[in-house]
Design a protein around this ligand. Structure first.
Ligand code: ZN
Length: 193
């Protein structure tokens, strides 16, 4: 079974991973969308379905190892690796830099698929690309569940996502949603501000 983008969108709404309205973000900006990928990935069966979109895209690629940046990418990378029956490792942050720890390593020429849950600017994925290259291993592609960049991020390798989100955000004092009088909600609190 494979999901189309509309079905993926519905899944995010049903699990409240995606809420539409008028939200106060932790940055202080106001947005028409609140998004928390972990809310859908907390259900293993949904992680399986969403990760299958990535796994099916890359199933004809030569891949030895799936790698993900911690923490968000781990559940996705592990599941994609399970479906492709490949090794899975992750990079984690120590003193701000992503590193391979726990005895994880990449060999010269090892073919690698990078997975992530959410890509906004792609910073963590670009760091993992650097780790792969610095080990003389080969990036075969990048797969992620949600593209929050409105399709702008280009990793310059084959890439795929299960869903793209068009989110708009405003500085609090220039918010179009405030001007329309839509009640402002702080996510998690269910409180109208
Ligand atoms: Zn507002």
């Amino acid at each position: 079974m494979s999901f189309n983008e509309e079905e993926v969108f519905q899944l995010f709404k049903e699990t409240e991973a995606l809420l539409e309205g008028h939200f106060l973000l932790t940055s202080g900006r106001h947005s028409n969308v609140y998004f928390q990928c972990a809310k859908v990935l907390q259900y293993p069966k949904y992680n399986e379905l969403l990760s299958a979109i990535i796994a099916s895209y890359f199933k004809s690629f030569e891949i030895d190892t799936v790698i993900a940046p911690a923490i968000g990418g781990i559940v996705v990378g592990q599941e994609v690796a399970r479906q492709l029956n490949k090794k899975f490792i992750f990079a984690e942050r120590e003193d701000k830099a992503l590193l391979l720890r726990r005895g994880f390593s990449l060999k010269e020429g090892e073919k690698v698929l990078i997975c992530e849950d959410v890509v906004t600017t792609g910073g963590s994925v670009f760091e993992v690309i650097d780790i792969v290259k610095s080990n003389n291993a080969i990036v075969q592609g990048v797969g992620f569940i949600v593209d929050r960049s409105n399709g702008k991020v280009d990793f310059r390798f084959p890439q795929t996502s299960a869903m793209k989100i068009d989110a708009i955000s405003f500085p609090a004092d220039e918010c179009e949603l405030c001007k329309k009088g839509i009640p402002l909600i702080k996510p998690g609190s269910k409180k109208i501000l």
